[in-house]
Design a protein around this ligand. Sequence first.
Ligand SMILES: Cc1cc2nc3c(=O)[nH]c(=O)nc-3n(C[C@H](O)[C@H](O)[C@H](O)COP(=O)(O)O)c2cc1C
Ligand SMILES: CCCCCCC(=O)C(=O)O
Length: 378
Amino acid sequence: MSTYKSNDYIVQSIEESLLPVGYEEIEKAARDILSPQAFSYISSGAGAEETARKNKDAFQKYSIVPKLLNDVSEVDTSISLFERNYPTPFILAPVGVLKLADDQGDLAVTRAASKYNIPFIQSTVSSFSIEEVGQSSGAPKWFQLYWTSLEDISFSFVKRAEKAGYEAIVVTIDTVTLGFREKDLSYGYSPLADGYGQGNFESDDVFLSTVEEVNNSAIVDGIIKNINYPALNWSHISKLKEKTSLPILLKGVLHPEDAQRAVNLGVDGLIVSNHGGRQLDGVISSIDALSEIAKVVNGKIPVLFDSGIRRGSDALKALALGADAVLIGRPYVYSLAINGEKGVSQFLANFLQDFSSSMMLSGVKNMKQLQQLKIICD
Ligand SMILES: Cc1cc2nc3c(=O)[nH]c(=O)nc-3n(C[C@H](O)[C@H](O)[C@H](O)COP(=O)(O)O)c2cc1C
Ligand SMILES: CCCCCCC(=O)C(=O)O
């Protein structure tokens, strides 16, 4: 369903109110459920968490200027991306090690996503394999690639994703090495060591042929060695283009010149993101980076956005500032921790209600009108 009438979802929300409604309450409930280490891994940012804070604060600088009396009795939230129609402009961001939040991890998330036909981007370091996630539900699936130091492993993942029916490859470019995450370091904690991030690796023949012994610690060491790849550069993206016919998106773009170069190279889409403040601390908030990048790209390829989306009005601002679609991250991970598949499903119902109400209250009834919505910056 892509057209909403007033309060389509709210009835469902009240009947199934197992999940807190507001983001802060959801985060608090997840904190109460998860171990301190797990909560810290999900919630924290790198360094002094300056960027993680900026992501949140920056949204408040932007104000919506509604234009009213436009008969919004029905709003159409549908979009089209890579020649496919989607009922909403939302996508679930790639999040590794989801078993940390719930035993069913990626499987629970994709089942919830399928109810709303929302694409799920599976992480390279997912808890389940491409094949398991591929078969878990009818949700559209994209694959997020951490380039590996042994290229054959990267290409093996891409081929497996193609075979399993995935519809796009998202190359994360901001994680050539892991950010300095002070809280995780203080705890001495890595969810990889708990075995939560090896779904794709333990089922990959090319990777397994590189480890001396097939046991947990060899696999974990192998993953860490492989996903740290500081040599990543534009030539790898060109090479990937030759290897797959799937659309390729770059995730983690913040500089307009990188956006321009990606367009020139024939990349199919960009994700403006600072990885939720988890990589380089001190970088620009994603929302502050968005408009300039959208301007440079000028509609040539889709510009997606993440980092800091918590509510419908945040999504509204990002879409009005030039995003073609928006990725949701931490809110669905906390909802998963609180109530598994049902938690994610409930969160999405509330989020969609919030978003469609926000459209109505802004006086816009479709994505085209949303792109024209006036936003002022303090
Ligand atoms: C626990 C966690 C794990 C993540 N794992 C990945 C990952 O494997 N690959 C990736 O590209 N991004 C990963 N991200 C970043 C998200 O895709 C997204 O950019 C980020 O969550 C956006 O910030 P927000 O959640 O604050 O909105 C992860 C984020 C979190 C919170
Ligand atoms: C400790 C393993 C890290 C894998 C990378 C997952 C990720 O992107 C993140 O932000 O965390």
